[in-house]
Design a protein around this ligand. Sequence first.
Ligand code: PLP
Ligand code: 3DJ
Length: 402
Amino acid sequence: MTDPTLLDADDPLARHRDLFVGAETPLVYFDGNSLGRPLRRTGPALAAFVEEHWGGRLIRGWDEGWFDLPLTLGDRIGRVVLGAGAGQVAVGDSTTVLLYKLVRAAVAARPGRREIVIDRDSFPTDRYVVQGVAAECGLDVRWIEVDTAAGVTAGQVRGAVGEQTAAVVLSHVAYRSAWIADAAAITAIAHDAGALVVWDLSHSAGSVPVRLDDWGADLAVGCTYKYLNGGPGAPAFAYVAERHLDTVAQPIQGWMGHADPFLMGPDWTPAPGVRRILSGTPPVVGMLPLTLMLDLVEEVGIEAVRAKSQRLTAYAAEVAAELLEPLGVVNGSPRDPDRLGGHVTLLHPRMREVTAALWQRDVIPDYRDPGGLRVGLSPLSTSFTEVRRGLEATREVLVVLR
Ligand SMILES: Cc1ncc(COP(=O)(O)O)c(C=O)c1O
Ligand SMILES: Nc1c(O)cccc1C(=O)C[C@H](N)C(=O)O
């Protein structure tokens, strides 16, 4: 088996690992696909923000950049990781709230149509939002049944959409298996049926290159606390394709999405462009850590990030095959590297207990039913040696449990 120290020595991105808090400790972190590590620069930058910007500028900060930050940062996220031209991305709210706004917007754009299509294995918040919007708008949910070890295919979407479909809501990278959906093909199929697609990019942004404009995407959301290392509860982003910007209608009409917030007028007039997606005051402090990670991703380039991610997942699969498959573990993620996102899910009936035992040993994966231990691999902060050590510990725990 490949020696991980050789892989680390040969890794052009290895030097970036030291930029992250905790990288020097023996802890093995396999959960950057849930919450990325902070950059070391984040603490001092937050302290400086409090002293200089918040404390020094006070309310003047709104005129000096904070008011426009949801859009200037949105443009940056769009350019660095989403393949989106300027003026189409806004930052704010949680992924769940933005998803609600955009699913409602998609449904409103297709009046008279009766269905929202989603896959049965979508992340819970996506399913709950779709069920809620369907109930609110008197629509039906059409479920695509998927193999939890794979994900939604273009053929399945073709079989599910029709003249009653208002919207299709799907994840680009599946949270369990890390399956990468064929977003361009699926978007085209939905459009042929006259529907809009809402993409959830939470497991892609900052790990798997996204090409929203090239896909012909309509609407998308995603979180920034995984591979964009924005920190717990960091604000999410929403994308609205330029061609929908004048007509997109979102349900939470707040003053920050108004054409002239300080007019304080009697009625809501939507702001021009993607600003109308905003509702309340943007979480300015929460946007700061994310800007630092974007600096790093931009410097490295998302294609280089993806190349490292693919080497990490391939190595994790290789080590798992050697150490864990003889103990009955099954790799529950796609084998085709082009269809695999940033993590590998290892299946075994006792993985819940294995995960708990690993946490006791400072090896931190997460567990997702049924029987899935997720090995999340953050391209800029995970080393090959860490992968090897974490999977060796997994073997030791499994041997004791058997
Ligand atoms: C696919 C997907 N959508 C949404 C979310 C989260 O939504 P929120 O940021 O609102 O908690 C996650 C992770 O928590 C996710 O994996
Ligand atoms: N956002 C999370 C949280 O606030 C608490 C615990 C976990 C999360 C996650 O991000 C879970 C993750 N999206 C998943 O793919 O399961």
